[in-house]
Design a protein. Structure first.
Lengths: 517, 246, 314
């Protein structure tokens, strides 16, 4: 159905009248002015990186005299070493053009010329700020646009009227997107007139970005039941989307600006910031096209899902059941135990030297307990818990005895546990999975919090199998085999003995191994 | 015996877009124990403002309000402990259950054994079957029951009900009116505001018809009908509000 | 009795917030966004250290090609090396005098160094990406924690202002105000609930960040952040006073945003403010104890302001 302009305009007027009324109607425009005025008036160069280059070591006189070079005795971006009389060595990650020219003049016999075939991305210019600020200032308006309407039940009244959801969404987009765009155009004009920025194709991107961002914002809050939910949702989704899009476009555009321009919204942001200078018209037009298409898709989806009542979503833990705890544990494990390896690969191991595994374990325990609290607080919307037998004394005793026996048999099993044998792999897997390699208090805290969450709270609600799977996924980065084996073992024990049994089992194992070693 | 409510020359003025508006212009009334007082009037007559003044939500510009002998201006906390205010909107937090809401109010009101008292009130209003359902998932009728249970939890001597049957179906309205009658029979004072005359006739003992912030007629239903020379409250209302005669 | 009543009301408000899935999701999200971003960056950096790429040269049998191979490149013979880049066959090429590139600077500079070495140039760049020292890393960690605090400050503003606006529309606030509690009671309960929900989430965010990229003195970040959150929540409830029913939310929020953004910006510029006042010191390294105490005291002040402004309007 083709939207009717009169209906769309009616929604737009209603939107602006209802939000910009009362004694505070000036606040929203004042906020936009406060955000955009400095960005459009500050003299250019304020956001550019400092061109001064720091050098150290045996710096030749011809380089010392350069205006953009500062010689220091401290570690610097470029260090000169003249210990080899035949060749001057420079250590660093870049050589500024002025230094390069000075050095080549000193040694003209073997000049190597570097010719770039694609223009490197440059630091984004002011246009990027102008593109983003107006939409950011209207976050609350966007959130209130749908959130407040839902809580006051006026949205359902509107949806029952002779107006289509698409017309409603377009009306809201026109209201806030229009306000943002008008403000952006105004202050872009100020920036150009003041000579802060030169006119160019970047302006097309700047003018389109606010509307696209606000369309995304409306989409993100379409299901929010009230203004608090809507605003917090918008505050997290909009910056994330623009940042992710911008970074993606910037990374892709580093090697291929055309492809970078195609990233919806991200390409628009980069072209607004004039990051790619070889084909500004092409890049801006491509970015505009891709973003307009994506915006249209977003608007249509928003309209299609606007009627869905968020309150009718089925109760229950839902998406938090498996993915959330697994993701929490996975991420925490990843951050605390795997990240140091990544830092080493990335060229720096110093970052996490101060972070001990104990600290990681405590943090993991805290996250498990936080998740446990969240799940319990949502209990009122959950369906009936899976009926399971109460933890039996025999189950608990059996778990302790089993773990104790295995530990006691350790010295006899040890010869089998060499690196290459299957038994050795099993033994190592069990050890890694069940026992965190941390101090006693941290280990006990981690064991208790994990079992309380997975066996105590999640397993009765989602089943022991899924709970064990979630735990195993979380542990996988450390040792996939160990995670699978231990997850199965602990899940089996938990089925009969509950969290008490699994805690007892793991603590017994831990204590036994500690005693033996 | 101290009356549950005595109001003398209550006045409240607001600043409207076209100048000051007298929402309440010298209203005086009283409510006895075991009496239901119907505050009737058209939209914008000042009923809700009057109730909000009595409920200590709005500060009157002048006049006195005594709730069971307690001066509402001098001792608002004392006044609040003697009233239960039921607004037109349910005023129920969506994510709490009725049980939690009623227990909360019982605790805040200082009721001894708040949990038991909450269960009793919920049972009285037949709200136990959905006592653990989040308030946001309840129907209008269910919400109204919960709201009344919440209001009765501390056994206040005065109930202030703003449009208590608004949005309810026939059985729902009947139930609410039954609760009101029960409270009257228990010796409570009830002030209820409404613009549904036919319904009000069935439950009120005395009626005050408000127009433009003033009482234009007051008395029993029969007395008001005689004043207006009408057969029912609807006709009486039109006659009195139209003419503005006391 | 009033204190107990306030405690009950505060706990009930906390329970309400904790059951709002979207709100919880928004509060939990920053806890993971920062480390996810950092881990993604780490993964990208790791992946970016790909094996040396192929370099187009005119002839692979020349000493140039041998020197390039020794330097770790894979020379590939192409009649016109420059065209190989333009056609997308490779990202770096050289004929021994000119280096053509469409690659990022790391590989370009390494190729240039290899060519210079081959030509016997008087100077050569030994490309070495020095890992940032601990001080730099701690500074970077601090730079990440500050926007995090800013986000939670905005959340605090939303919670307090939005909750009152929402509850006022639904007449929940009116019902609570008709209880035998001081007028500031229900408002203060909302402030406490917002602080109780946001401060631990902020703390967990800082904790996770510390594991990845520890900042200097994280305790001060926590103190400053807590003070800022408490103050922003107080600002929210103060602004909500007198707004009236059915007022738009965006107007009051814009007022709050201006105040908070102004404080962020002005803080580093005003010495006495940045040393003491919450929100002002979010982007500084000032000790956080004073701002924590002021922040905690701001709640009752904000509640009083709200009540006073309501009294003027009502």
């Amino acid at each position: 159905m083709i939207p009717r302009p009169s209906r769309v305009w009616a929604i737009t007027r209603r939107e602006l009248q209802s939000e910009l009324k009362g004694r505070r109607w000036l606040s929203v425009p004042a906020l936009l002015v406060a955000l955009l005025l400095p960005a459009s008036m500050l003299p250019s160069g304020g956001l550019r990186p400092d061109v001064t280059f720091w050098v150290s070591g045996d710096v030749p006189a011809e380089v010392r005299t350069l205006e953009t070079v500062v010689v220091t005795d401290h570690p610097s971006s470029l260090r000169f070493d003249a210990s080899d009389p035949d060749r001057l060595s420079l250590t660093g990650t870049s050589v500024p053009p002025a230094v390069r020219e000075a050095l080549d003049a000193l040694h003209p016999e073997a000049v190597v010329r570097v010719e770039r075939r694609s223009a490197p991305s440059q630091f984004p210019r002011r246009g990027l700020l102008l593109a983003l600020l107006a939409a950011s200032g209207l976050t609350a308006s966007i959130a209130s646009s749908i959130g407040t309407e839902r809580s006051r039940r006026t949205l359902s009244t509107l949806l029952a009227a002779a107006i289509s959801p698409l017309e409603i969404v377009l009306g809201k987009l026109l209201a806030w997107g229009g306000l943002a765009t008008i403000t952006t155009v105004l202050f872009t004009g100020v920036a150009v007139l003041r000579g802060v920025l030169d006119p160019g194709w970047w302006m097309l991107s700047v003018f389109l970005a606010p509307g696209a961002t606000i369309a995304l914002g409306l989409w993100s809050v379409r299901q929010a039941p009230d203004v608090v939910s809507a605003t917090t949702t918008a505050l997290r989704v909009m910056p994330l989307a623009t940042m992710a899009g911008g970074i993606t476009a910037a990374i892709i555009g580093e090697t291929n600006p055309l492809l970078g321009s195609m990233v919806p919204l991200g390409g628009l942001i980069c072209t607004a910031g004039e990051m790619w200078t070889l084909h500004p018209a092409r890049d801006a037009l491509v970015a505009a096209g891709s973003t307009l298409l994506a915006t249209a898709a977003v608007v249509l989806h928003t309209a299609r899902t606007l009627r869905e009542d968020p309150d009718t979503s089925p109760p229950g833990i839902g998406w938090t059941a498996v993915p959330l705890p697994a993701a929490l544990l996975l991420l925490s494990t990843f951050c605390t135990f795997v990240a140091p390896r990544l830092w080493r690969l990335a060229g720096n191991a110093a970052v996490t030297e101060d972070v001990t595994p104990d600290q990681g374990a405590w943090l993991l325990a805290a996250i498990c307990l936080s998740t446990l609290v969240v799940v319990l607080l949502r209990q009122h919307r959950a369906g009936p818990a899976i009926v399971q037998p109460a933890p039996s004394a025999s189950g608990i005793v059996g778990a302790i005895a089993g773990a104790g026996l295995l530990v006691a048999a350790g010295p006899w099993l040890a010869p089998l546990a060499d690196g290459g044998s299957f038994t050795g792999v099993l033994a190592e897997a069990f050890q890694t999975g069940l026992i965190p390699s941390v101090g006693v208090p941290a280990a006990l805290a981690l064991i208790a919090s994990e079992e309380l969450l997975f066996r105590g709270v999640l397993a009765p609600r989602i089943g022991h199998g899924p709970a064990a799977a979630a735990w195993a996924i979380g542990k996988a980065p450390l040792d996939p085999i160990g995670a699978f084996l231990c997850g199965s073992a602990v899940g089996f024990v938990g089925r009969s003995g509950g969290p008490v049994a699994t805690i007892a089992m793991r603590v017994t194992w831990f204590a036994g191994l500690a005693a033996l070693s | 015996m101290t009356l549950p409510l005595v109001v003398k020359d209550l006045r409240k003025r607001y600043q409207g877009p076209d100048g000051p508006v007298d929402a309440v212009a010298g209203l005086s009334l009283s409510v006895a124990r075991g009496e239901v007082y119907g505050l009737l009037g058209p939209n914008g007559a000042g009923k809700t403002t009057t109730l909000r003044c009595l409920a200590t939500l709005t500060r009157p510009d002048s006049g006195t309000v005594h709730i069971q002998g307690v001066d509402r201006i001098a001792d608002p906390l004392g006044a609040r402990s003697r009233i239960a205010y039921v607004p037109a909107e349910a005023g129920l937090p969506e994510r709490l259950t009725p049980r939690e809401v009623v227990r909360l109010f019982a605790s805040i009101q200082g009721v001894p054994s708040p949990r038991e008292r909450a269960e009793t009130c919920l049972d009285l209003l037949s709200a136990l079957p959905f006592a653990d359902t989040p308030c946001g998932d309840l129907s209008t009728g269910m919400k109204r029951r919960v709201v009344l249970a919440r209001a009765l939890v501390h056994e206040p001597p005065l109930l202030l009900l703003d449009e208590p049957t608004d949005g309810l179906d026939v059985p729902g309205r009947r139930d609410v009116l039954a609760v009101i009658r029960a409270q009257r029979d228990a010796g409570k004072g009830v002030v209820l505001s409404s613009h549904i005359m036919g319904e009000v006739e069935k439950v009120v003992d005395r009626v005050g018809i408000v127009a433009r912030g003033q009482l234009v007629a007051e008395g029993t239903v029969r007395e008001v009908l005689d004043i207006a020379g009408a057969k029912d409250l609807d006709d009486a209302f039109v006659a009195l509000v139209g003419s503005g005669a006391p | 009795m009033i204190l107990r009543a306030l405690l009950h009301l505060t706990l009930a408000t906390c329970r309400r917030y904790a059951r709002e899935e979207r709100v919880l999701r928004s509060v939990v999200w920053p806890i993971f966004l920062t480390p996810v971003t950092l881990v993604a960056t780490l993964a990208f950096l790791t992946a970016a250290r790909s094996p040396d790429p192929t370099v187009a040269v005119p002839d692979v049998t020349t000493p140039l090609a041998a020197d390039l191979a020794e330097a770790g490149f894979i020379p590939v013979a192409v009649p016109h090396p420059r065209d190989a880049i333009d056609q997308g066959q490779t990202v770096i090429a050289t004929d021994g005098e000119v280096v053509w590139t469409s690659a990022h600077s790391d590989i370009t500079l390494r190729l240039e160094s290899a060519v210079r070495t081959h030509r016997g140039s008087g100077w050569v760049l030994l490309f070495q990406r020095t890992p940032p020292d601990e001080q730099v890393l701690r500074t970077m960690g601090g730079l990440t924690l500050r926007p995090l605090a800013m986000l939670f400050v905005l959340y605090a503003l939303v919670f307090s202002l939005g909750a009152i606006s929402r509850d006022r529309d639904a007449e929940i606030l009116d019902v609570e105000l008709s209880l035998p509690l001081p007028g500031w009671g229900p408002v203060l309960a909302r402030w406490v609930a917002a602080v109780l929900l946001l401060v631990p989430a902020h703390g967990l965010s800082v904790g996770l960040m510390q594991v990845i990229m520890p900042a200097s003195d994280p305790v001060q970040f926590l103190l400053r952040g807590t003070g800022a959150i408490a103050t922003a929540a107080a600002v929210g409830i103060a602004i909500a006073g007198g707004a009236g029913r059915r007022q738009g939310f965006s107007g009051p929020f814009a007022v709050g945003s201006i105040l908070v953004a102004g404080a962020f910006t002005a803080g580093p510029l005003i010495p006495w403010a940045r040393d003491v006042l919450p929100v002002f010191n979010v982007f500084t390294d000032a000790p956080g104890l004073s701002s924590l105490l002021i922040g905690l005291a701001s709640g009752p002040v904000g509640a009083w302001l709200h009540t006073w402004r309501e009294g003027r309007v009502r």
